[in-house]
Design a binder for this molecule. Structure first.
Ligand code: SF4
Length: 727
């Protein structure tokens, strides 16, 4: 029987009374008159509708947020917010928010309990697990931001737990790893000053970060030439100078061929590669045979176009760049994504554009102070073996401390992980293979989710602890670097909407007390923030009024020292070699191969600018955009559709090796013929999301199998082929 939200409420005993709701009558006219006269307060805060956490101003009237605007002194918002920020207020006032601690009493059945009971039971169970198995059997996962990182790390380290994860292996882990082992980190693209930018798979108009959109707008409205390589014409490709469709998963071949041309034509920065790089000769030898003609066969990008891009990059250097991207084509998509990222880094090194205007710049991040160690000693970082194989030679030696939540679920199924804590993160829905993730969660002896909504992950937890929303809590001050830099904090702009909710720092402090490690939390949030502000001439009280301030940071133009093992750019990586991976990047096909069967398609996915994956599908105003523009459809090429008798709006079956799903199609000529594309924001499986259910359809993670790349350990979110059949 299908479980609806109402039957869930009934079964769980979560009737309105239990949820803390009360039905009151009031005099509307009197209320209305008072409401109109009430003062509007403008209070600083931060948006939380995606992980960017743009600085914002909340306009509050009668204790309710009426609108939000961008904070002009925040490095990410620069005075602007995206459409999702306004939608995010829907979360704050959602009547279906988790309003009291919940304890699982059956499959999809919960009962509300007190905080005292919840924290006591969690502490007792965790204590038993730590005693019986040790801290290597416990993990914590979150979307990493200041408060979560500060408090969770301290608690987990106090307990000896070293496995802390983020969402990165479903997002940009491969990109980060490839750049780390070649140029020591991921720099910013200086789009405002570039003359030529090649952007591979990054859709600034879909995966929006407001400051990057501003930079992109500057580039698009100036003289720079912007070329977008993407299997489909994404939002930026639509307004760029050139759109180059490519066979998904083969970008590496194109990038290596671009290197080949730049080297063959003598367009590279000889001085840079001689004085500031290691392994250039090996790299040049490796790409010698990777010609544009060969790459055309692999990628479907004409050899002439590859040559043209290479020549334009070389001729405009150092004010030219290949964008470091984000999730896009090589964030966490294919078995060769890390190598694609390394190859992209190599082209930029050939252009000699690192820390040059119009190239890639490693902007510094503003300094923050920290608590006095003598007064507030932090627990030592444990050296327990990580449960997710990060840094372990025969598992994932090159994966970063972003961790591998999907691999942890394999460990849970094997009994090698017993407990997981999750905050502000929905790994069960947002990693490939829902059943793999869900089965892992079911196998845990103790799973705890800190949330405001009943997400898919919360629905599988043993305990759900209700946080107050981002408008109702104060947070730890954070620093943002980049072309603009700022320090900022979220302040509480409205009283709690639901009395029984708590902020994360409150919950952790109380839990630490129950676990007997309360001595590591002998401070207040204000004391943490006062310490963070020490480098600046401003009091905490003054800062709470401002919320955010821009910090002048000098760009390190001309600085050629990199944060790599050698201190130089590494065309050859000794670390890769040491762990048995190729020391110099070369061609590696995606796991699904280059040539597919005639009836097979490659599968691509990506964000839309009005959804943060599935997290926002339940927000009415954002779901309405989906409905108005009919966007929750599978893109298929028009000539391919015509051959198969498929018309726009038809329903098709999408068959992958792991699942068959149905979805309506968008027939368009703006996609590579061998590819289908599905936006990532649909297909929630929680009975609490009634609005999301109205737009629910195929979710990419339902058709992609559980897989883990052997370098960064990312989840290879596009490594599947699909067959399409008209229903
Ligand atoms: S990019 Fe948009 S949704 Fe994300 S924090 Fe900024 S305004 Fe909010």
């Amino acid at each position: 029987m299908k479980l609806t939200r109402r039957s869930f409420l009934k079964k769980s005993g979560l009737a309105a009374g239990a949820l803390g709701l009360s039905l009151q009558t009031f005099d509307f006219e009197e209320w209305s008159a008072q409401a109109q006269e009430a003062e509007v307060e403008k209070l600083p805060t931060q948006c939380n509708t995606c992980g960017t956490q743009c600085g914002a101003w909340a306009y509050v009237k009668n204790g309710r947020v009426w609108k939000v605007e961008g904070h002009e002194e925040h490095a990410r918002s620069l005075g602007k917010l995206c459409a999702r920020s306004h939608g995010g207020l829907g979360w704050v006032y959602d009547a279906d928010r988790v309003q009291q601690p919940l304890k699982r009493v059956g499959e999809k059945e919960f009962e509300p309990i007190s905080w005292e009971q919840a924290l006591t039971e969690i502490a007792d169970k965790l204590d038993d697990i730590l005693t019986e198995y040790g801290p290597g059997y416990v993990a914590y996962g979150h979307y990493p931001r200041s408060t979560g990182t500060f408090y969770s790390e301290r608690l987990m380290h106090a307990l000896g737990v070293s496995t802390l994860c983020t969402h990165a292996t479903s997002c940009n882990a491969a990109r980060n790893t490839g750049f780390l082992y070649s140029m020591g980190g991921v720099p910013d693209a200086d789009l405002s000053n570039t003359e030529y930018a090649l952007i591979i798979g990054r859709n600034h108009g879909g995966g929006i970060r407001t400051d990057q959109m501003k930079k992109m707008s500057e580039a698009l409205s100036g003289d720079a030439k912007i070329v977008c390589v993407d299997p489909r014409q994404n939002n930026i490709a639509r307004i760029a100078d050139d759109w180059v469709p490519i066979k998904p998963g083969t970008d590496l071949a194109m990038v290596l061929a671009i290197s080949n041309v730049i080297i063959e034509e003598g367009l590279y920065d000889e001085e840079y590669v001689e004085e500031h790089a290691v392994g250039f000769d090996q790299f040049a030898e490796r790409v010698e045979r990777v010609t544009p003609d060969w790459a055309e066969q692999v990628t479907d990008v004409p050899a002439e176009k590859i040559k043209e891009m290479a020549l334009e990059l070389g001729e405009n250097r150092p004010r030219s760049l290949v964008h470091p991207s984000w999730g896009g084509a090589f964030g966490a998509k294919y078995a060769n994504s890390e190598e694609t990222a390394r190859a992209v880094a190599c082209v930029n090194a050939l252009l000699g554009n690192i820390n040059e205007e119009g190239g890639l710049i490693f902007h510094p991040t503003p300094e923050l102070g920290s608590l006095n160690e003598d007064q507030y000693p932090a627990p030592e970082e444990p050296d327990t073996r990580r449960a997710d194989g990060v840094g372990v030679m025969d598992e994932y030696p090159l994966a970063g401390d972003f961790g591998l939540p999907h691999y942890l679920m394999e460990k849970a199924q094997e009994g090698e992980l017993k407990s997981m804590f999750i905050r502000h993160h929905n790994p069960v829905r947002n990693f490939p293979d829902y059943e793999h993730m869900a089965e892992g969660f079911r196998n845990l002896d103790l799973s705890v989710v800190f949330e405001i909504n009943m997400t898919e992950t919360a629905m599988l937890a043993d305990y759900v602890l209700p946080e107050c929303s981002f408008m109702e809590r104060e947070e730890v001050i954070e620093a943002s670097g980049g072309p603009y830099a700022s320090i900022s904090m979220r302040t509480q702009v409205i009283p709690k909407v639901y009395e029984e909710t708590k902020s994360f720092d409150e919950i952790i402090v109380e839990l630490a007390e129950k676990l007997g490690v309360g001595e590591y939390f002998n401070f207040t949030l204000d004391e943490v923030n006062r310490a963070r502000l020490e480098p600046y001439d401003i009091t905490l009280e003054e800062f709470k009024e401002k919320g955010s301030m821009l910090i002048d940071m000098e760009a390190p133009l001309g600085d050629k020292d990199l944060n790599t093992r050698s201190g130089d750019f590494e065309f050859y990586s000794e670390v890769y070699d040491h762990v048995g991976r190729p020391g110099v990047v070369g061609w590696q096909p995606p796991a699904i191969g280059v040539d597919l069967e005639e009836d097979e398609f490659r599968f691509a996915t990506g964000k839309e600018g009005f959804h943060s994956h599935t997290a926002t599908a339940n927000i009415e105003s954002l779901a309405q955009i989906t409905k108005d523009y009919d966007t929750n459809r599978l893109w298929i090429n028009s000539s391919v559709a015509e051959e198969r008798g498929i018309e726009d709006g038809d329903k098709v079956k999408v068959k992958s090796p792991v699942s068959t799903e149905e979805v309506r199609v968008k027939v368009t000529e703006l996609i590579h013929p061998g590819t289908v594309f599905m936006p990532s924001g649909y297909g929630n499986k929680t009975p609490f999301y009634e609005t999301a259910e109205e737009i629910a359809t195929l979710n990419p993670n339902d058709i992609v199998p559980y897989q883990t790349s052997d370098i960064a350990g990312h989840s290879m979110r596009q490594e599947t082929t699909v067959k399409i059949e008209k229903v």
